[in-house]
Design a protein around this ligand. Sequence first.
Ligand code: SF4
Length: 337
Amino acid sequence: METVKQETLLEIDNLNFSFKTQRGLVRAVRDLSITIKKGETLTLVGESGCGKSVTAHAINQLNPMPPGRVDSGRILFNGIDLLQLKKGEIEKMRGTQISMIFQEPMTALNPVFTVGSQIADVFMTHQGMGKDEAMARAVELFHLVKIPAPERRIHAYPHQLSGGMRQRAMIAMALASPEPGLMIADEPTTALDVTIQAQILDLLGDLKQQIDMSILLITHDMGVVAEMADRVVVMYAGRKVEESDVNSIFNDPRHPYTLGLLNSLPSNPKYKQAKRLEAITGTVPDLLTIGDGCPFANRCAYATDICRSSFPSMSEINKDHSVWCHNHESVKREKAQ
Ligand code: SF4
């Protein structure tokens, strides 16, 4: 594992984010604090609806406001509070220092322009290049993301490329900034088949080495976490429930939800014996009716009375590993048996 530089690039400090709906206030992210260091890959992991994408979109001010609103907190990027930036300022930040790749590039790429012209547009808008120079840089980026025959492919429209190729084009666009400090990748491989998924993950890993950027990777797939992460934050129902370096999360998971995610991996030895995947029973609770207790209590085999009335405070397992669970010692004991 690469040695991670210690300087903090992004700090989310006690973020609370909610959506006003006709049924009431949905608290999508609660009391969330995370940091990403320069050169580090942090994965945010959890099921749909756990607050991962809302968090990622809050960094770039991409959540619809209203109905979204920041209730409290700060998001510091190189010391600048992104939540305080005006529209033009955050747009400039998105084009120069923070980039984003999405699960389905067709929703992010404009279908009526060639992919090359869309990448060139970023160079022209944010770096003042002329069209010829910008197109030449687009070709260079297509080389970098290993798109075959880049001189020809930059003239393709998004629908003329395969899913994997479109995702590579999206990554090229994300790199079309003078100093790509942070790349936010929101489920970048979920829509791809497994062989293409592996290629895209390899590409992101290679680029991180070459370009010296940090990656915030959002995923529900612990296999992707194992491949990419330096550190892991597990989220559930809008809250952080476990945070660790990648080795500890696989070797010593302490939150029952993390354990459930790991047990549902095909590589899990229990699966190999039983020939069936373990599922986490039940579903994510309705965020409108969630109480003050642990939101995982209705699905948790370790739940006790206190779990239903109070959300646990942080327990430090070691300096790199923390968990929010009343009964994490029971999880440890059971795993040891
Ligand atoms: Fe389960 Fe209680 Fe831990 Fe929540 S706090 S994960 S309900 S044991």
